[in-house]
Write a protein that binds this ligand. Structure first.
Ligand code: F6R
Length: 262
């Protein structure tokens, strides 16, 4: 695991975007797994800026979002379709046909989930999966006790998640109770994973993700078993990490090491 600690949210967003843009430059037809929530908004903003000012090209990129609420129409202001359109897609040159988000209104959910998995496989697999981190340790909507081998399916949201997401809805009762989400096993098949964590509310979850035992009680901890994970956190989110100084030291030496190896 590579742990990069940035000073603040702005630094985290720029670092996250530069990792994604770097991949796109190496592979213009990248398949990106995307997340919603408040954490990646700055990263998307920076990618949009790079598209406008530095010609970052999305024309050959394919995207797969992690999840979508059950029962919300695409045009609902809290649907993840709407979120992605507003924060990224409408500002860049990605073809509509290259965007994939689970359909929370599908009449046959089992089929929707299976087809989503096939589409990911058919695209050649996800090159880089972007993740946020739930306070209960979820990635996607893989709540505590999710199978660590799970695939795309319907999940019942945990009370902490409903509470956290209530800030986006008028009333707590309006928060959907179910979502379609890529499974932990689906996420783990991405060739590279980029997890972003910001703010002290995430400090405990980040500690458990990086330094805790691997456990279904805390699904993000499975990332310890993935061969290529980068975690970009800000100072506040990283404040409970036991080896925080070591991670910073490693990063300060990373450039020196890269030069030595070339
Ligand atoms: C969103 C998602 C969730 C969020 C997580 C953190 O697509 O899959 O796992 O990444 O709930 O949300 P924020 O960033 O709002 O704290």
């Amino acid at each position: 695991m590579r742990v990069i600690i940035c000073e603040d949210y702005d630094g985290l967003s720029k670092r996250g975007a530069s990792i994604i843009a770097g991949l796109m430059e190496r592979k213009p037809s990248s398949v990106l797994g995307l997340a919603t929530g408040s954490t990646p908004i700055g990263t998307y903003g920076e990618l949009v800026r790079m598209h406008r000012e530095e010609d970052l090209d999305f024309s050959r990129v394919t995207t797969f979002n992690l999840d979508e609420y059950l029962g919300l129409p695409e045009e609902h202001s809290q649907s993840y379709h709407y979120f992605m359109e507003e924060n990224l897609f409408k500002h860049i040159n990605i073809p509509e046909s290259s965007v994939n988000i689970p359909n929370g209104l599908a009449s046959d959910m089992q089929r929707e989930c299976e087809e989503y998995e096939w589409k990911i496989k058919g695209s050649g697999g996800i090159d880089l999966q972007l993740l946020g981190l739930g306070r209960d340790g979820h990635i996607g909507f893989n709540e505590p006790s999710s199978s660590l081998a799970s695939r795309t399916r319907l999940k019942t949201l945990a009370p902490e998640t409903i509470e956290d997401n209530a800030r986006f809805f008028e009333k707590r009762e309006d928060v959907p109770r179910f979502a379609i989400t890529m499974g932990v096993g689906t996420i783990m098949e991405a060739r590279e994973i980029l997890l972003l964590a910001s703010g002290e509310r995430k400090a405990e979850a980040l500690r458990a993700t990086i330094e805790g035992p691997v456990s279904a009680e805390f699904t993000a901890s499975i990332l310890q078993l993935h061969p290529k994970v980068t975690i970009v956190a800000d100072e506040e989110a990283s404040e409970l990490l036991k080896r925080r100084d070591y991670y910073k030291y490693v990063e300060s030496k990373a450039e020196e090491l890269a030069q030595g190896q070339s």
